[in-house]
Design a protein around this ligand. Structure first.
Ligand SMILES: [Zn+2]
Ligand SMILES: [Zn+2]
Length: 305
């Protein structure tokens, strides 16, 4: 084969690969069920007495985002509740004394009424094992109609059929709604991302969100970012949704830790471009961990303990 032809062939292969990264055939919405975000989220104030402990937002009829008020815990995490025909999936249970059981029961009750259903099994899982995402676990453990998945690699692997941790990908079908479960250790040993093909949403927990990305295991974190890039290549990705917002709307600026009221916080939703930026950042930093701020997030090495 002439080198000229070889060049043409490799260019064609590269172009083919580039098309794969193009994600959708045309600007037609990508075939996913869309959803909306509030113009702004309640954070924690200015008048706490007026704020409910939870803000419940209907992203769409089968996908709810719950945000805990900064008035009851400065971490003000986001929780996700997705419904399929057979099961609902709750990702995370809140921080401090969240009262998550009551608010989740209320949303499920309303969903059941709207769908003229008597009951649905609730699967409770987590983005990772840190206390600001698991504090409400006791509201769900051992309760009827609840499948509780402890936030640790072995239990996650068993529940979602992950054959090799962390390189394998698991799955749960909620009934007409498969959710892929991707191990992404680095922030925590039990970190996982959830991909909902129905909406094209990737739930990234504390591993990628507008804020401080604390990295406990640098090598694992970089490998996880790369695996998320690989996993999402060629897939529709509408939004990346993490578990906090700490970033200010002003680029390269955050609200310092323990901030309760964030009137000008960055939107919750990120895009796949942010994941590519993170992956590139980690690749460039190599095995020299250091704190680096980007427009929408900061990579922040932390002591593993
Ligand atoms: Zn965490
Ligand atoms: Zn957290």
């Amino acid at each position: 084969m002439s080198s000229k032809l070889l060049f043409r062939l490799s260019t064609a292969v590269a172009l083919g690969a580039a098309l794969l990264w193009g994600q959708a055939d045309g600007p037609d919405g990508g075939g996913v069920t869309p959803g909306t975000f509030p113009a702004e989220w309640a954070t924690g104030g200015p008048n706490c007495i007026e704020l409910p402990d939870w803000q419940v937002h209907e992203f769409n009829a089968d996908f709810y985002i719950l945000r805990q008020s900064g008035c009851i815990h400065y971490e003000k995490p986001f929780l996700y509740l997705l419904f399929g025909v057979d099961k609902a999936l709750l990702v995370d249970t809140g921080a401090g004394e969240p009262g998550t059981g009551a608010i989740v029961s209320k949303v499920i009750k309303q969903w059941l009424e709207r769908n003229k259903r008597g009951s649905i099994t609730l699967v409770v899982s987590h983005s990772h094992s840190h206390g600001d995402h698991t504090a409400g676990d006791k509201d769900f453990m051992g309760k009827p109609n609840v499948e509780f998945v402890p936030s640790e690699p072995k239990a996650l692997s068993k529940a979602f059929g992950i054959k090799t941790w962390p390189t394998g990908v698991g799955r749960i079908d909620l009934g007409g709604r498969p959710i892929d479960v991707i191990p992404i250790p680095g922030h925590d040993v039990a970190s996982v991302a959830y991909y909902d093909a129905k909406t094209g949403v990737l739930l990234t927990g504390d591993s990628l969100y507008p804020g401080r990305l604390y990295v406990r295991d640098w090598k694992a974190f970089a490998e996880s970012a790369k695996r998320m890039v690989d996993f999402t290549a060629g897939k529709i990705v509408s939004y990346l949704l993490g578990a906090h917002v700490e970033q200010h709307r002003q680029p390269y600026r955050d609200y310092v830790v323990h901030t309760q009221y964030q009137p000008e916080e960055h939107p919750l939703q990120l895009e796949r471009a942010h994941l590519l930026e993170l992956d590139l950042a980690l690749e460039k930093l190599g095995d020299a961990p250091r704190k680096v701020a980007y427009a929408a997030f900061t990579v922040w090495p932390r002591d593993p303990h």
